[in-house]
Design a protein around this ligand. Structure first.
Ligand code: 1GP
Length: 241
């Protein structure tokens, strides 16, 4: 993934195995692959089990060549069927469990399963939606890019490899472009942006801010490929430059 980003921005398709399984998961993965999505993120904020994660990861591997990356909720998200895991710390959580304790419980299993950990700072921006609630986040206010930069630069100084700016799944609007831009200027880390990206205009704004990775989940669940195609078109145009 880090190598691919050097050639321009990429897109990841989020599948929530609690909602999307079997033939539907296979269809979403095939559609994502045909439209040029780089890989699949597997995860959700609630109801995740190792069985569901393993089943969907195996389905994706059977039906596409896309890499499968775990977007973890906790130790119950782990499956050896995946290729990598965003090994995340929710930096702006009030609960130390989400900052490091869950990760301490999961790290030995990640090692023994042989999944590649990608050290990622997870920063939840308002409104945060379900993940803000479940993750007990003190959400970064949308008008406070400086606070986001503080967390992001702390992550860089900790030696993390990626920043994930998250507005929350189903957010009415994505992370503001000026916040993405400020984080890009403050750090040298690749920035993943997710939550509320539904249209070509949303994608354009976030990419103009300098996002390296766009994540979309809801558009695919609700509208399938017709909504995803223009978003991926925008990503492709940037890669071609
Ligand atoms: C992953 O929360 C996103 O970061 C997915 O958000 O469901 O709004 O695309 P959407």
């Amino acid at each position: 993934m880090l190598a691919a980003i050097r050639g321009g921005p990429i897109h990841l398709t989020l599948i929530d195995p609690d909602k999307t399984r079997g033939d539907r998961a296979a269809a979403v993965a095939r559609e994502a692959e045909s439209l040029g999505s780089f890989g699949l993120l597997l995860g959700g904020s609630t109801g995740i089990t190792p069985g569901a994660m393993g089943e969907v990861a195996a389905t994706v591997h059977r039906t596409t060549r896309l890499p499968v990356i775990i977007f973890p909720q906790g130790a119950e998200s782990l499956t050896g069927e995946a290729d990598a895991i965003l090994f995340m710390s929710l930096l702006n959580s009030r609960n130390v469990g989400h900052v490091v304790r869950l990760q301490a419980r999961a790290s030995l299993a990640v090692k023994s399963l042989g999944i590649e950990p990608i050290s990622t700072a997870y920063i939840v921006v308002a409104p945060g939606m379900k993940v803000g609630e479940v993750g007990e986040a003190d959400c970064v206010p949308r008008e406070d890019p400086k606070m986001a930069c503080g967390y992001a630069l702390a992550a860089q100084y900790f030696g993390m490899r990626m920043i994930y700016l998250e507005a929350g799944s189903g957010a009415p609007a994505p992370v503001p472009a000026d916040m993405v831009r400020a984080v890009k200027e403050a750090t040298h880390l690749p920035v993943i942006v997710g939550g509320g990206i539904r249209t070509e205009a949303d994608a354009r704004a976030v990419l103009d801010g300098g996002a390296d990775v766009l994540v979309t989940g809801t558009v695919v669940e609700e509208d399938g490929g017709s909504a995803l195609a223009p978003i991926l078109g925008e990503v492709r145009r940037r890669r071609a430059r």
